[in-house]
Design a protein around this ligand. Sequence first.
Ligand SMILES: O=C(O)c1ccccc1NCC(=O)[C@H](O)[C@H](O)COP(=O)(O)O
Length: 270
Amino acid sequence: MSTPTILDKIKAYKLEEIAARKEARSQEAIDAAARSAPAVRNFSQALQSATFGGYGLIAEIKKASPSKGLIRADFDPPVLAQAYEAGGATCLSVLTDGPSFQGDDDYLVAARDAVSLPVLRKDFLYDPWQVAESRSLGADCILIIMASVSDAQALELEAAATEWGMDALIEIHNREELERAEQLKSPLLGINNRDLNTFVTDLNVTKDLSRRASEDRLLVSESGLSTPEDLADMAQYGARCFLIGESLMRQEDVTTATRRLLANPLVPQR
Ligand SMILES: O=C(O)c1ccccc1NCC(=O)[C@H](O)[C@H](O)COP(=O)(O)O
């Protein structure tokens, strides 16, 4: 038997967590909570609009990670959300996974309440029940990680997101996952530069996969991005939206750092 990867380990504890949460709240109860959540903010449209003349930034609220441990000790989600909004971020991503990222569902609720930006729930989803739970927290978009779900699960999660009026960010890291993602309808295609099992981060992943993705997808380059030069480099390959966590979380002045990152975007050649 092969050694379990980090994604295997995350999946194992998540399935236990989901079972416990479903035991505590039935489908009817979670659906009722989702129905009474604040109205959905349009995540994909916000990103699409930002790319006309600029970049779309999904700024991540991330306390810790399996690859880096603690990233930010001074961690106040509503304050960080407001700092990102003031710096010009288009959307937020909030990590809600506890065991690996020191995240919390309450962080998403508090961050979203503090701003008017659409919010991605950054977590590991396997079950449509979690999509309803994400909506009940106020999330506007969910993440579907192709490396950690089957084709059938991806379809089911996407259908649930559509049913709740939410967007889905489909995340891929290699050509095989890109091919599998083509069965999905979501316009948002996240290209993760980080291999989630080895933690190796390589911006060439965006360069390779962006050329192979169909033209109707809005590309989001994810992970390992820290400078305006990185963003311009990715934009040359057609990715004008970015998901950035660690490099911004490590800045004392998050607003200024965000503003600097987004200044002088590469203007697309006609
Ligand atoms: O960040 C990790 O170490 C990690 C490990 C295993 C699974 C997922 C992981 N991160 C999730 C992400 O995709 C990133 O938080 C996101 O793309 C932002 O990346 P970065 O700007 O490098 O913080």
